[in-house]
Each structure stands twice: as structure tokens, then as C-alpha cells.
Design a protein around this ligand. Sequence first.
Ligand code: NAP
Length: 292
Amino acid sequence: MNTNMKIGFIGLGNMGMPMVRNLVKAGFDVKVYNRNKGKATNFAGDLGIQAVSVPADLLPDADVIISMLSDDNAVRNVYTGDNGIFAASRDKHLVVIDMSTVAPETSRQLAWQASAAGIEYVDAPVSGSVKPATEAQLVIMAGGKPEVFEKIKPILLTLGKSATLLGDHGSGNVAKLAINLFLGITIQGLSESVVFAAQHGIDAAALLPLINESAVGSGITKIKTTNIINRDFSPAFALKHLRKDIRLAEDMGLQTPAGLTLAQTLQAALESGFAEEDMVAIYKQVEQGHNK
Ligand code: NAP
């Protein structure tokens, strides 16, 4: 694989860190920026790469900028804010890949602003949590120009097991929000099932292996089984991020019964103080509701 492209990576959260490790392991020349500077310095030091103090400092060398950030505001900040990527003028052709989960409209606006600065923009959000990120097994869905997608595809395939272009800017975000709607509804359904069984004498440790062996078992029910049984809600995908994703879908007109129930559960879970816990804390919220 051609690893000549120099990469500036923005956002060293749960997902960003393993993604950078995979890029470095594959031989790419990577520099990193993170809002919390101490985190960036320690992480870069461990990997033997350079951390910079503002996003624009990634630019002199970079062919490609990748961002993996919490939400729409964070993404706008690093691209359009002071010392952001778009303001720093340059004459080399730059491609920006935003892999965060954000609104399709945010990607369309940023793509338009990028093009005014002579920069190509691709939204490329991911399905898969920390383990798939660590194992370079993410499922990547993209929106942007086909020729730009082809150029960056080798980078995407360093991070994931598949990379699919779905259409114009924002298309990747639409697919990602659809998948997370299904993810949330699945965990809501799983939680209701486990709570129902428990109320009638079958505990989670007995029920979940049966679910996983049956036709309704899936990748996500298997992954979250030990979390539910051990009541381990340490975050791989923080509940606040799933609330953000479902809010974005609601902003786009989502009004389905299961979607709205999920939104209510997530909102209640935030109010219960579960924001920083894993999204499987939906289970705790459903349990609380049933025990009232
Ligand atoms: P995370 O652990 O919460 O990390 C968020 C990152 O965004 C951190 O680097 C944080 O910097 C940075 N950030 C937040 N607000 C910022 C701002 N205003 N300006 C600049 N930087 C800011 O999140 P994550 O789990 O890695 O997720 C990242 C994205 O991927 C989210 O959009 C999420 O929905 C999506 N996603 C996550 C998963 C998952 O399983 N975790 C799976 C698929 C997709 P600091 O270190 O300074 O706080």
C-alpha cells in the first residue's frame, strides 16, 4: 500500500486513539492534535509521533486531515474556528475526512466552505466501537466525490474492513444515523426483554446466552452480554453520543414509535446521570422504569 500520504489527525478520544495507532502501524506519517493538550502530548510521546498545539499546525505537511470528534460543534470548531484548518491558506491540494457522527447538513455546509478554500471534503463516519477500531475492522460509510473517495480509500481501509461511498456529501452521515437508530432500538428491545424475564424469575445470565444462540441474537447482543450480566457500564460508546445521534435523527424528522421511545429512554438516562457511561446503560434506565 502507498503510505506516502501525510496525515494530520484531530481528536484523540476513545475512537481516535486506536485509529491513529493503526495508521502509524501501517506506516503513515501522522501528526496529531487534541483539544486537551496533555492527552495529545502523552499519546504522541508513547507512539513516537508529533503533537501540535492548534489544528492549523497540522497543515504545512499534511495531504489529508482526519477528524474523529464528539459532535457537530467540535467539528465546526476545528475546521472553521480561529487556528482552524480552513483559515490556514495553502496551495497544496488537501483532503479533509470527517469520521465523526454529525448531521448530514453539517457535512454539506463544511464541504461547501472547504471547497471555497480549495479543499476537498469527505464525510466518512464509522460503525463499530473501540474493539473494531483497535482491530481495524470498522465499517466506513462515506459521502463525497468519487475521485476523492478513491484517492483516500487506502487510508480508510487501514482503519476499517470496508469503505463504501454512498453518494454526495452527507450521505455517509445519513447511513450512520440510520444504523445508530437501529443500534439504540436493539439495545432498548434487549433491555426490555431482559427486564421482563427477570421480573418473572429468569435472570440475565440465563437469558442472554439463549438470545445470542437464537435468531434474534446479533453482533451487538453478543458484545453487550457480559456488560449487562456484570453490570459493567464503562464507556466504549458513551450514552451521551447516542443521545446526540438520535437527536440529530429527530431534527431530520424522525417520529417513529420505537425511535421516539428510544429518544425518551436516552433523555431519561441523561437525567439519571448516565451520560458518560456506555450506551448499554439504556438497560439500567429501562430497569429503573420497570421498578418504579
Ligand atoms: P470521545 O471519546 O468522547 O472523544 C471525543 C473527542 O472530541 C476528544 O478528542 C475530545 O477532546 C474532542 N472534542 C470534544 N469537543 C471538542 C471541541 N469543542 N473542540 C475540539 N475537540 C473536541 O468520543 P469517541 O467515542 O471517540 O467518538 C468520536 C465520534 O465517533 C463521535 O461522533 C461518536 O458519536 C462517533 N462514534 C463513536 C463510537 C464509539 O463506540 N465510541 C463508534 C462509532 C462512532 P478532549 O480530549 O479535549 O475532550
